[in-house]
Design a protein around this ligand. Structure first.
Ligand code: ADP
Ligand code: MG
Length: 206
């Protein structure tokens, strides 16, 4: 992973967030406070605006910068959570210092684990982790099985989709929707939806 791939990923993420405005707005209006789209749009825009600076950095330094920027630009619960993902990922890349698929899988899994610790949440609580935890597990498993990049990308897109859809039938036990009880059933979690969109967009980068 180099800085130009990170910039390409940021652009792809911004693109998919902007394309899914209606979806993200209505999901957070149904079971949250309606700001998730705005939060994600602001965060993605701030990162794309940094592309010049990011392109001069090593991958770990770029990811760390992204984390710090998200911390200061995205409000709400999702800002610090997503920030901690990038910082966790950066830490592994810096320590490992190689560009193997195993290292990327480990970095992704550590990023997800950092969110889990910061948010004190786990799978099944109707959050972004219902997408991120299964995707991290799938990525780690496939990386150790020497799967091809194409196979891994396709599998991660499918896993993210399944995790996102699974949040529909759950009661929320973390985040704003936790106060809704059974009324949250029937709605996909907005953070799960945005994470699924971002994973799909990044996996589809040529
Ligand atoms: P806020 O909830 O402060 O309005 P956003 O609307 O931007 O912030 O983000 C809401 C999303 O954040 C939720 O849909 C959920 O996926 C995620 N989320 C909230 N709390 C947690 C938590 N403790 N752990 C993991 N994800 C969480
Ligand atoms: Mg919200």
């Amino acid at each position: 992973m180099n800085a130009s791939l990170i910039v390409a990923a940021a652009i792809a993420i911004q693109d998919t967030i902007l394309k899914h405005e209606a979806d993200l707005e209505s999901l957070d209006r149904a079971i949250g406070d309606g700001d998730h789209y705005i939060n994600m749009k602001r965060g993605a825009g701030a990162i794309v605006d940094m592309q010049q600076e990011l392109s001069t950095l090593s991958a770990d330094a770029a990811l760390n910068k992204i984390g710090m920027k998200l911390l200061s630009t995205i409000g709400g619960a999702s800002g610090p959570l997503l920030a901690s993902f990038f910082m966790g990922m950066a830490k592994v890349l810096k320590e490992k210092g190689d560009a193997s698929i195993d290292t990327y899988a480990q970095a992704f899994a550590t990023g997800v684990d950092t969110i889990r610790q910061r948010g004190k949440a786990d799978i099944g609580e109707k959050t972004m982790l219902d997408v991120l935890i299964p995707v991290a597990a799938k990525f780690t498993a496939m990386a150790t099985q020497n799967a091809s990049s194409e196979e891994i990308r396709a599998a991660l897109i499918t896993t993210a989709q399944q995790g996102m859809l699974a949040t529909k039938d759950l009661i929320a036990t973390k985040g704003r929707a936790a106060g809704l009880g059974e009324r949250a059933i029937g709605h996909i979690d907005p953070g799960a939806k945005s994470c699924q969109l971002m994973i799909e967009a990044v996996c589809k980068i040529a």
